[in-house]
Design a protein around this ligand. Sequence first.
Ligand code: PEP
Ligand code: MN
Length: 341
Amino acid sequence: MIIVLKPESAESDIKMIEQKVIDFGYEPRILCGEKRTVIAAIGDETRNKSLETLEALPVVEQVLPIQKRYKLVSREFHRANSVVRVGSADVGAGNFMTIAGPCSVESREQLRKATEDVVAAGVSVIRGGAYKPRTSPYDFQGLGEEGLQLLQEMKEEFGVAVVTEVVGVPHVETVAAVADVLQIGARNCQNYHLLENVAGAGRPVLLKRGMSVRVSEWLSAAEYLVINGCENVILCERGIRTFEDSTRNTLDVSAVVVAKRETHLPVIIDPSHAAGYVDLVVPLAKAGIAAGADGMIIETHPNPPEALSDSTQQIPSREFKDVMDQLRPLIDFCAAGNTNG
Ligand code: PEP
Ligand code: MN
């Protein structure tokens, strides 16, 4: 870290800061300029306490961290792209994964038809929320354990893998008993207590980016998972809040590129939640694939107008095969450029 002192600091102040740097476990190097003194604190910022607290001292103007606050997920730590296995499919390092299915698990009939159509499109990983984080308490909250049971039935009948959301610590174990991948939704991206608990469940985690979360904060959230024992993390860009209101969110395509530059973890896109409207989903999927995404998660429903959540953005599941046929050439073309770090 670099500690910049206020202009013309007294010798005693410089000595005091130097001692604090030593007390925090760093080695100080003092650089005296004509007006200003800068102290470089040498040491591992992820192991030692942060010196940012020194900024509260009147003599200190600024404390600048040099190291990133995420280490295990960074490309500096692990150069090659990581691969996460989900059921019989891989994501990362040139392996493109498609996940599709309804926003919410609503009934056996609905989930079965959606799964049948997803499988017919050549996709082996389904999604479907049993526990739903809804903005309004009056909206459908999900079928809970009954929904999990239905997802289990799909695994048995179709041999698919399942991605489903965990909304709270009390559900981690029951969801992990069925899910092949635990989804952390946008609203829980920075729920660190939940991340710590989910990390120990022994399943890969799909970490959605929060709607107002910076890439660096998203990667720090992923670091919580890895440091707590979950190495198989898949990042998911699902759109962020901007001033634009003609789309539900704004798909941050550049975040895919930045995240992939910064981390070895696979990064996928969710064009459904970014778009909010079904006609935008395929064009946004194309944009994400072209930007280098390692996969996508798309909402499909047998009868979207009757969906209990996110009805405007779900692709009618019988059309999903055509969507995949349309996207596959682009996926194959782009995946070839994704193999190395
Ligand atoms: C979902 O996947 O249905 C969902 C609630 O997504 P997000 O957390 O991205 O809003
Ligand atoms: Mn949804």
